[in-house]
Design a protein around this ligand. Structure first.
Ligand SMILES: *Cc1c(COP(=O)(O)O)cnc(C)c1O
Length: 849
């Protein structure tokens, strides 16, 4: 044919019997309800693949004749009606799930994040942060928590990846039309698509608002690609993590400021504002502007706003924290400062890394503009506390007002269909028992070992077939020889499922150390190619287009995979996304993770593997430092972080290969008389039953509610009473402390005792010089503990009582009976206190004697 080929999409009409398919395609419930996906898939499996599992697109492309046929197929119709009935019932408003505080029904959480990973049909994510946000929305829907998420509508999403013949990553951007995505315009009461205006420097940028429906909750997506904006402004929301610093701050303005305005325009009244990572922190300033407009001064507005802001930090890696040069920040924030009625310097001070200024740091703004903060694992909380010392300079890291809520995964999304089917057989409402450890112990232990193993092997075969198809496409495009393709096909096939399969898939970046396992090539080669006990390693992952080191790592893995000794044992699959992740985590035998401690904040992919019965082999970092119990996987011990990096890597790589050679491979190949690897199955069951009830999003959401959301909402109500009078009083008190704390002093009034008889009281006497401050403004405490106390065990503290003052000197005394025997250490400290503080050490002021 010559001439231009024009496209004509012949859109089928849904037969009336199947009218509900439209509703099913318009609700991302399909991203975790496999029965919904199966309806589409069943009608035309090839088209389903070609449409990238996008039901909306599928319904526009599916053949009319085929649809008519299914509309008359009684089996299909029965299944369809059942699935539709269940989906409709699910989507009805529900009271909060049992076990949650019923008061949650009165709250409304606004959740802000730069990325959302819900399903492969909506490319709004790059990695773990987005997947977590997507899982969070699903969990909020499941639990009946009133919740609205806010993000950006990236027309071009994040890039897709192919691997070229040279083994290098190639990046592709596919602009999409919102019509093809599971989103619709978010409309106001009059039916118009909501538009908001956001000040971006001297420009007023328009953004329209889309919405994605996720079960019972909504995700609002702001999009600046609208008429009326300049071409540059239309491109602001074009790509996730694309563009330069100006693009990034403009995106953060649209997300933060525009996000609040979008919620207001839609009549949503949040009581809790959750910043998932620092990117959306400029919304704090917009909330302050609203409070200022209602009559408060800036300092009081900030107290009031911060009371109900929850901030979750996610990364110990510097590149994950956005910093902007001061002049640039001043330029973009000037209109906001004007709206707040303050000098821009005062706004910049909230994000200042040091008292004398420095760059404007979004994370610091998030910390100063929130009162409820958390890291995403126990290890990460402590790392974050050390990173954030500049905000609370006088506090010890363990005292920082920062808690941890360890991430979890949304089980219905990441648990393989075969497992769901098996659990359905035993107890159809297992989804409501996700936090019940006893239930999971009983359920998993009751699965006969041969059935458990059979199911695992069948998941593995499916995964191998899937990966082989992707690799065949990849190799053909790159013109690999037939022989090379055949070799791959032979290895990645059901015939070869006796091999132990190791998976490593995540964002490819230096701190995740994807090359750690390759440090001793000869030894790894011997290990993988033992004909009696073969091992296969499947790798996948994308490197950010600006991360040269990450791209070099991909190239290196491909080069190693292309020649002996690793040829035919190591494969790098292109295009890591949620669909591939679901296959890999459920199909591999071992999930490998080798981050450089303590840089893996949590690492949820290992949780996905464990709930599917795969065994983790991971550095004890992030969640694994809590999840590993000695019998549910394997741990590589991180070496001291003050050792030279090279030395560390060598030692940890050696331990990794030792574990593989002496424990993992032998255990996998040790079979009983029936050919069953009993030891392996026992460990895999232990992995499932220890991980599933602990590291899921139901548990995570319940923790957020109890530790952060409900306290935030209570605190906000306290401060907003009487038109914000309490907020104003707190702001005034804080200013007074800031002025006078530097002059406060503390000394002994009587010599500190150095011994005591067991069971007898001890008296301590100190004198404080408080200057302008009063005795009620401070607490004096004795903190006491043992040197050999297990880490994590908080020391005890006893408050001193003020005694009658003489002049400027304020005496304090404490009589107490030491609760422990042996050699104790005690320290005396003084800090400011106010009943309206969210956390006693919130001010960051502390004086040690
Ligand atoms: C779960 C998941 C991640 C996050 O996993 P990490 O272990 O934190 O790297 C990233 N990408 C995809 C596609 C995922 O499904």
């Amino acid at each position: 044919m010559t001439g231009t080929a024009y496209t004509l999409e012949v859109r089928p009409a849904l037969p009336p019997e199947l009218a509900g398919m439209d509703d099913l395609a318009g609700n991302l419930l399909y991203s975790w309800d496999r029965r919904v996906r199966r309806l589409f898939y069943q009608i035309d499996p090839q088209l389903w693949e070609r449409c990238s599992h996008n039901p909306k697109l599928f319904l526009r492309r599916v053949d009319q004749v085929r649809l008519q046929a299914y509309a008359r197929d009684s089996d299909f119709l029965k299944d369809y009606r059942e699935v539709l009935g269940r989906a409709n019932a699910y989507n009805e408003p529900h009271p909060p799930a049992p076990g949650l505080d019923p008061g949650v029904a009165r709250e409304h959480v606004a959740y802000f994040c730069m990325e959302y990973g819900l399903h492969e049909s909506l490319h709004l994510y790059s990695g773990g942060l987005g997947i977590l946000a997507g899982d969070f929305c699903k969990a909020a829907s499941d639990a009946g928590v009133p919740f609205t998420a806010v993000g950006l509508m990236y027309r071009s999403g994040y890039f897709t990846q192919t691997i070229g013949r040279d083994g290098r990553q190639q990046t592709h951007f596919h602009p999409t039309d919102p019509c093809d995505l599971p989103v619709t315009p978010a409309r106001d009461a009059d039916g118009w698509q909501v538009r908001v205006t956001v000040p971006v420097g001297e420009r007023e940028v328009q953004a329209c608002v889309w919405q994605a429906v996720i079960g019972r909750v909504r995700l609002l997506l702001l999009d600046t690609d609208v008429e009326g904006n300049s071409p540059d402004d239309r491109a602001i929301t074009y790509q996730l993590y694309g563009g330069d610093r100006d693009t990034r701050i403009a995106q953060e303005l649209v997300l933060g400021v525009g996000g609040v305005r979008a919620l207001r325009a839609l009549g949503v009244h949040p009581t809790i504002w959750h910043l998932n990572e620092g990117h959306p922190a400029l919304m704090i300033l917009e909330l302050c502007r609203e409070a200022v407009a209602s009559g408060l001064d800036f300092a009081s507005a900030l107290e009031l706003t911060a009371a109900s802001v929850v901030f979750t930090t996610h990364t110990p890696v510097a590149a994950g924290h956005d910093r902007f040069p001061r002049p640039m920040a001043a330029h973009y924030l000037a209109p906001i400062a004007a709206g707040l009625g303050v000098d821009v310097e005062q706004v910049l001070a909230l994000g200042a890394l040091a008292p004398d200024g420095g760059e404007f740091d979004i994370t610091t703004l998030a910390l100063r503009g929130s009162r409820h903060r958390n890291g995403v694992s126990r290890v990460h909380r402590d790392v974050a506390a050390r990173m954030f010392a500049h905000v609370w300079p006088q506090l010890d890291a363990e005292d920082l007002p920062l808690v941890h809520v360890t991430n979890g995964v949304h089980v219905p999304t990441f648990l393989a269909r075969e497992w769901s089917d098996l659990f359905d057989e035993q107890q159809p409402d297992w989804r409501s028992k996700l936090r019940d450890a006893d239930y999971w112990k009983r359920t998993i232990d009751a699965i006969p070992s041969h059935r458990f193993w059979g199911l695992r092997q069948s998941l593995k075969c499916d995964m191998l077939e899937y990966v082989a198809c992707v690799l065949e496409r990849q190799y053909r495009r790159a013109s690999y020889s037939r022989a090379r393709i055949d070799l791959m096909r032979r290895v990645l096939s059901a015939d070869y499922s006796t091999a132990l399969v190791i998976g490593f898939a995540r964002r490819i970046t230096a701190y995740k150390r994807p090359l750690l396992i390759f440090r001793d090539l000869q030894r790894l080669g011997r290990l993988l190619t033992d004909p009696e006990r073969p091992v296969v390693l499947i790798c996948a992952g994308k490197a950010h287009p600006q991360d040269g080191e990450g791209q070099a790592i991909i190239h290196t893995i491909n080069a190693l995979a292309g020649e002996p000794p690793l040829l035919g044992s190591v494969f790098f699959v292109e295009g890591y996304d949620i669909a591939l992740a679901r296959r890999l985590v459920s199909g591999v035998d071992v999930w490998l993770n080798t981050p450089s401690f303590p840089q893996e904040a949590c690492g949820t992919s290992g949780q996905k593997a464990a709930i599917n019965g795969a065994l983790n082999l991971s550095v004890l970092d992030g969640w694994w430092a809590e999840g590993y119990d000695g019998g549910n996987g394997w741990a590589v011990t991180p070496r001291a972080d003050d050792a030279a990096p090279e030395q560390r890597d060598t030692l940890e790589a050696e331990e990794l290969l030792d574990l593989l050679e002496h424990e993992i491979v032998p255990l996998y190949h040790r079979r009983n008389a029936a050919g069953l690897p009993e030891g392996w199955v026992a460990r895999a069951k232990a992995a499932m039953r220890s991980t599933l009830p602990r590291f899921n999003t139901d548990r995570m959401l319940a923790d957020y509610l109890e530790r952060l959301y409900l306290p935030g909402s209570r605190h906000r109500r306290l401060l907003e009473a009487d038109g914000g009078e309490a907020a104003a009083a707190l702001a005034a008190w804080r200013a007074r402390i800031r002025r006078h704390w530097g002059k406060a002093a503390l000394r002994w009034a009587a010599p500190p005792p150095d011994h005591a008889a067991a069971g007898m009281p001890v008296t301590l006497r100190v004198v404080a010089d408080l200057g302008e401050l009063g005795a009620r403004d401070v607490v004096v405490e004795c903190v006491i503990g043992r040197d050999d106390a297990p880490s994590g065990q908080a020391p005890l503290s006893y408050a001193f009582a003020p005694e009658p003052a003489a002049g400027d000197e304020q005496p304090y005394a404490l009589e107490f009976t030491p609760p422990l025997g042996g050699l104790l250490r005690y320290r005396i400290r003084m800090y400011p206190t106010h009943p309206a503080l969210a956390h006693p050490l919130e001010t960051g002021c502390m004086l040690w004697l």
